[in-house]
Design a protein around this ligand. Sequence first.
Ligand code: PLP
Length: 628
Amino acid sequence: SSLYRIDGWGAPYFFANSSGNISVRPHGSNTLPHQDIDLLKLVKKVTDPKQTGGLGLQLPVIVRFPDVLKNRLECLQSAFDYAIQSQGYESRYQGVYPVKCNQDRFVVEDIVRFGSQFRFGLEAGSKPEILLAMSCLCKGNTDEAFLVCNGFKDAEYVSLALLGRKLALNTVIVLEQEEELDLVIDLSQKMNVRPVIGLRAKLRTKHSGHFGSTSGEKGKFGLTTTQIVRVVKKLKEVCMLDCLQLLHFHIGSQIPSTSLLSDGVSEAAQLYCELSRLGADMKVIDIGGGLGIDYDGSKSGESDLSVAYTLEEYAEAVVASVKFVCERRSVKHPVICSESGRAIVSHHSVLIFEAVSAVKPTVQQANHGDIQFLLESDGGDYEELYSAVMRGDHERCLLYVEKLKERCVEGFKDGVMSIEQLASVDGLCEWVLKAIGGSDPVQIYNINLSVFTSVPDLWGIEQLFPIVPIHKLDQRPGTRGVLSDLTCDSDGKVDKFIGGESSLPLHELDGCGGRYFLGMFLGGAYEEALGGVHNLFGGPSVVRVMQSDGPHSFAVTRAVPGQSSADVLRAMQHEPEMMFETLKHRAEEVMMMHTKDDEDEFGDVAACLDRSFHNMPYLATEEASMSN
Ligand code: PLP
């Protein structure tokens, strides 16, 4: 398992067990070993309809572990609680979860439920997000929890946020643009609601990684100091300066180091103190997201893939910076709010998919008959190549292989060489490369997945996630591979892996129906909502898994099949029911035309069509045995 650095990125939730499978310890280190959940056993249960209690779901599948969410929340809260207590900070931490990271109903409901004891709230950035956040918080019954309303706002969004206060929810309207202030003043008067207002500051502190491209003075979001001064003035004029209570900033996701974090927090704390001095009734400093996670297990903070701090160190740096600035300015310590998304949800789900075939570099020894034409036609390339192989002259071999291939491809294009002859030349060249140890051993593993649907950040921003076989970890991988997905798109591939590798150690597919399952880890944030339906491959199946004391140590508490072909067609405005009728009608007509009136055959056609609309678009692999 060290090949895949599991201990680095997986601890304390994922590790290789003694059977060579990946196990999940959803409560982190607080769990007893017999409660570990073996992912292979889980996949078998979820996919195999023949197993007792088997669900017969199709892969790919997202497995959610709500207990991981609970543990993440508890760890975040206790890291801040500890920093607050040990530094003698005189207020509290009260976080919110930015729903954009994963808006799945059960994820948000779980976070509200698990977080209610800490007054944990939600952050919304759009109208549907505020609707879902309001209804989840109503059900969660946590009046003090913040509902931070970020993002660009129109009158409808502002009205919803004000309505939230009427429903006794603790909504805070964070001004993202100066123009939003007029809407807030106007609508709060019309609706007779006293709003709580925050403002998002555009900090000078700049995070230079990919996720920080919108931070700094030229950043896309937030108010400049000039705008902040104008906002204060205007609020004072309308006797609403007491409504301004929160200062927010966000310098970008995956903040690489605590020094950058402290810089940003200190700058924001100064602004906070200034707002207090100007007469606002400041109560909360909201430090945004950015608490990073270690995708590659290196803990180096040298790229967007890792961060050089622990949760505890993050909390310690935030509390120390706010405390230092506020004490120097004699300002009462504010409530510290963070909008950590990635750090809360990334670990909670695993995407499991299958490698269905592998394309090997075919090494076939060309026979004399096949290559006779080379001897007859060429200007000595073959002879040269042959003697270079005999001499073991690698450099010359590579040179002549290239030359020979080039000449033969030209010959093929000119029509003087047949496809069989070209295939023989390819075979010969591969054989030579293999013989001199210069062949590329990397295989292409075809995976039953769409990168665009399930790992969109991999395609869009080259974000890497740990990808690991979920079994056979006690066997040495016999080869290396890159992954190629189902879409007809050359970008639908994974050929970069954590640790800077361009291929992944993989086990040979045994070709006897034994299946090979891979897991993509730490993808619980952002990937689900960003994914599209390229080539009409839709969302995967989803199961929710809790620990249990039963024979399996787990219980599947919810199982939802992935989007069917009908679902994805509907998403592109097609009407599957009508398509079905059209195709059925055509079948009837054609059968009548051929004076065939075979009801059985018609029934078969209709059933086949019906199945295809209802099944998932991914390759069906149920015929593969579950023997391994
Ligand atoms: N808050 C705001 C305003 C954001 O824009 C983001 C994400 O970009 C977050 C919070 C969540 O950040 P993270 O997932 O890094 O915690």
